[in-house]
Structures are given as structure tokens and as C-alpha cells.
Ligand binder design. Structure first.
Ligand SMILES: [Cu+2]
Length: 123
């Protein structure tokens, strides 16, 4: 799991670096507001910027009191993540009423390798 995540992050980093040499290339049609390529280019290679994405998934584990939820989620192109199963942190109030097996749509903010849900709702 950890290796998979590091590999994904590395891929994102490599993609960002590659982007610096291809400024003429049109941005992805899925590029969200706020996800500006120049931000990544302006920072150093070690800078860790928060990225936001939306995706769908299935709840596979949940600890609402601790603010932890594990989701088997689909790809999140805006973050550069493939589909995977992983744990997210979330405010306990956000997780109230969620159960294992629920299909959900969620918003996530990723900083480094940490993903925090900012919104989640049952489909
Ligand atoms: Cu993930």
C-alpha cells in the first residue's frame, strides 16, 4: 500500500517535471479551477502543494470517532492517482452515518501523501 502510494506520488512528481518542458501542450480537459500548472513550475521540486480531487468509492472500513475511513476508490485524475484502496482522515462529523459497504462520492485534499476528505455523501 505504502509502496503503491509512493509510486503514485513519484509518478505525479515526474509528470509535473515533464510538464515544465511542454508548456505549449494543452492542459487536460479535466483540469479543475485552481489547479494551475504554473504553480507547480514556480515551486521547487521538493515543494508539496495541496491538490484537490473528486472521486467515487466504496467504504471498506470506518472509525468515525477517530476520523478515519478506508475507501476503495476510483481514479482521481486531478491528483494523478490511480484507483486504489486507502485510508483517509476526515472530521468525525463528516463520517457520521456512513457504513462499510456504502457507495460514496467524495472530495479530498491531498498534501504530500496525506489525504483528507472535505466532503462525502452516499450515492
Ligand atoms: Cu488513493
Amino acid at each position: 500500500m505504502k509502496t503503491q502510494m509512493m509510486t503514485a506520488l513519484l509518478a505525479v512528481t515526474m509528470a509535473s517535471l515533464a510538464g515544465c518542458n511542454k508548456q505549449a501542450e494543452a492542459p487536460s480537459a479535466e483540469a479543475p479551477k485552481g489547479e494551475v500548472a504554473s504553480d507547480a513550475m514556480a515551486g521547487t521540486a521538493m515543494a508539496v502543494d495541496a491538490k484537490m480531487g473528486k472521486a467515487s468509492g466504496i467504504v471498506t472500513a470506518i472509525d468515525a470517532a477517530a476520523g478515519k475511513i478506508t475507501l476503495d476508490h476510483g481514479a482521481i485524475p486531478t491528483i494523478g492517482w490511480p484507483a486504489m484502496k486507502m485510508e483517509f482522515s476526515a472530521k468525525p462529523a463528516l463520517l457520521a452515518g456512513m457504513s462499510v459497504g456504502d457507495k460514496v462520492d467524495f472530495d479530498v485534499t491531498v498534501t504530500g501523501s496525506v489525504g483528507e476528505l472535505t466532503a462525502i455523501k452516499r450515492q
